[in-house]
Design a protein around this ligand. Structure first.
Ligand code: GLA
Length: 662
């Protein structure tokens, strides 16, 4: 066949035009088709083409076949590298959220600029359509927050898609940060650390070990130690008992071949324990239901060998899973739940509880245990219901110094309790513990119900959890930290109710290696800056400093976060006045805590996704004139400032300072 050259040329031209047109045609890429694993959210798992509940997505009674179901507070970081033209979605609260919740705000942020923001949205409201131009945008953030009340925050990004002309979008994790150690290494000369005040009941055995850094051997002494107490010059352990109520002002002394140190200290014999927030370690977030006697002994060993004890950490606490688990298939969790007289037994992983606390006490440390007022603990192990008196006696007999008292199965007995009903189990246990012949600190773990901070101390508690589990979902830790740690505190004015003898407990320090709830341990999902924020915030709000990562596997960075004495001094300040938020400007916040010597600890936080300058204004701090500002993590004076102090703060990071007159 003979081809007509004109027709061939025309045909070629048409083909070229259509291919060009096709090349310019953007491809539609659904958000839900991407790898969702880097998404960070407050509860559950992100779901492709379903709501977070796993059900079909539905907003304001309209169903959607495609989209991404998340849960507040969530952060989706999408790398676009300039390859997308448009982002389109319909946002709203999923109809399957079984209860009402705080309003959810959806935000779309492109390279640091807010491209779209919803008003607060509630369940039942129609979805809001979003269409934003993302031409040239490198990183797109999709955020859903519910400002402090995360329950039922079922946030849907329905029908979410990109029009892509270049590089395909990809969901990525938070940007890499180097773990930079700011805490200076402890000097070889002695320094006395930790609490400067300690409470004990009259007639009860006292144990307090002087925490001091510096080379060993070290010699300890205490001036004006009251009758009934003695100090071991080698270990710094103070033992004995005080019969007379009163305040005893003493001086601790420590000396080694490089020098000496002293520190004023007050022993208060009276009705109040826990004059400063507790410091220690708890087994839950790393060992959960694998905890054993050996693990607890190794933790006590590590508390000493890591040096944590020299910075004031005292308690070595077993959480759930030490008692018998009815119906467990694992024989080591079995045995007789109680003896003939009704006294509770440990399971077979704990051969001798008394020997265990002796082991812990011999190191100058204290021991803690856990149970629940219901028939079983949260993990399904035998708990204290109808055996409260016997169990407390048993804990005292075993030598425990601390009891964490959960709620869990008690909720099945006390349905919709009023405030008196919520208080009841804790009042019962508080009274019983006070009648034992040893001091036992009581930690209430009922997740903040009934505004526990208003009455926790009155029922005999020394600290109380203010919210649910901070580490309930491994990937949710960063979101939970920035929610519970910041919003719950500032919105509800929790700081107003607490002080020496009774502390708000926002849960443990989730640093180092933690259980990933899949049978393994993994490094904390918090970035280095988030970890600095975590510890700084806990110290500013005077929270118990209870580390719950693997204490036998501490890397230098984690240890540096746990052992900065100037930062710990903020937490352990004897005035015991928790700090609070004093200024907020979008994602930038200033928190301040009054300290006993008239100075202030100030945290400049950046909850935003990009580095920003945070300003602490003297007017917000109640200060005037020139002030000296000291960086507490670096332990370095920064200079004199008038009117305000500004600092550049990285994403999710903090600058923690102490502001003084001279
Ligand atoms: C609850 C508590 C946790 C932990 C577990 C143990 O979830 O909040 O801190 O004690 O129970 O099962």
């Amino acid at each position: 066949m003979k081809l007509n050259p004109l027709l061939v040329l025309a045909g070629l031209a048409i083909t070229l035009i259509t291919t060009q047109a096709l090349a310019a045609e953007p491809e539609t890429v659904y958000l839900s088709s991407l790898d969702l694993s880097p998404i960070v959210q407050g509860w559950g798992q992100p779901q492709a083409d379903k709501a977070v509940t796993g059900k079909r997505m539905s907003i304001g009674s309209k169903t959607f076949e495609r989209g991404l179901g998340t849960h507040t507070d969530s952060l989706i970081r999408v790398q676009l590298k300039g390859g997308s033209e448009k982002f389109m979605t319909s946002v709203g609260v999923d109809d399957a959220a079984t209860s009402d919740h705080a309003a959810i705000t959806f935000r779309v942020i492109g390279d640091g600029k807010t491209l779209w923001k919803s008003p607060g949205m509630k369940r039942g409201q129609a979805a809001r359509k979003v269409e934003v131009d993302v031409k040239g945008v490198k990183t797109l953030l999709l955020l859903a927050d519910s400002g402090g009340d995360v329950s039922f925050g079922h946030a849907d990004w329905a029908d979410a898609k990109f029009l892509v002309t270049g590089e395909r979008p990809a969901i990525v994790g938070s940007p890499h940060e180097d773990a930079v150690i700011l805490t200076p290494k402890p000097a070889r000369t002695p320094r006395i650390n930790g609490a400067r005040i300690f409470g004990v009941h009259p007639g009860h055995p006292l144990l307090f070990t002087i925490p001091a850094t510096g080379d060993r051997p070290m010699k300890f002494a205490v001036d004006h130690l009251p009758k009934g107490l003695s100090v071991d010059a080698q270990t710094g352990q103070i033992h004995g008992r005080l019969d007379q109520p009163g305040e005893y002002v003493v001086t601790f002394r420590a000396a080694n071949q490089f020098g000496k140190a002293k520190r004023a200290f007050k022993i208060v014999c009276g009705e109040t324990l826990a004059l400063t927030p507790h410091m220690g370690w708890n087994s839950w977030y790393v060992w959960e239901n694998h905890v054993t006697d050996q693990i607890m002994r190794a933790a006590a060993d590590a508390m000493v060998s890591s040096g944590m004890m020299d910075h004031g950490y005292q308690y070595v606490n077993i959480d759930d899973c030490w008692s018998v688990k009815p119906g467990a298939s694992d024989p080591t969790l079995g045995g007789e739940a109680r003896d003939a007289s009704g006294m509770v037994n440990a399971n077979l992983r704990f051969s001798d509880m008394k020997a265990l606390t002796d082991y812990i006490h011999a190191k100058g440390l204290k021991a803690g245990i856990y149970t629940s007022p219901g028939p079983t603990t949260c993990g399904g192990y035998v708990a204290a219901y109808q055996h409260e008196e016997l169990d407390a006696q048993r804990f005292a007999e075993w030598g425990y110094d601390f009891l964490k008292y959960d709620w869990c199965s008690y909720g099945n007995l006390a349905k919709n309790p009023d405030r008196a009903g919520l208080q009841k189990p804790y009042r019962v246990m508080g009274d019983i513990l006070r009648r034992q012949d040893r001091d036992m600190v009581l930690n209430l773990c009922q997740y903040g119900m009934g505004d526990v901070w208003e009455w926790g101390k009155e029922v005999g508690g020394h600290s109380w959890r203010t919210a649910g589990d901070l580490g309930g979902s491994f990937n949710g830790i960063p979101g939970a930290l920035f929610r519970d740690g910041f919003d719950v505190y500032s919105k509800r004015g929790l700081h107003k109710y607490v002080g020496p003898g009774g502390w708000n407990d926002p849960d443990y320090l989730l640093l180092g290696y933690l259980s990933n709830w899949k049978g393994q341990t993994a490094p904390t999902p918090l970035t280095p800056n988030e970890q600095y924020s975590h510890v700084s915030l806990w110290c500013l709000v005077a929270a118990p400093l209870i580390f719950s990562g693997d204490i036998t596997r501490l890397d230098d960075f984690t240890l540096s976060l746990l052992t900065n004495d100037e930062v710990i001094d903020v937490d352990q300040d004897p005035l015991g006045k928790p700090g609070c938020r004093v200024a907020i400007d979008g994602d930038l916040e200033v928190w301040a805590k009054d300290l006993e010597d008239g100075t202030k600890a100030v945290g400049l936080f950046n909850r935003g996704e990009d580095e920003a300058t945070v300003t602490a204004k003297w007017a917000d701090l109640g200060l005037k004139g020139k002030r000296i500002v000291r960086d507490l993590w670096r332990q370095k004076d920064l200079g004199k400032y008038e009117g305000e102090f500004k600092a550049s703060v990285p994403r999710h990071g903090v600058v923690l300072v102490r502001v003084r007159a001279k």
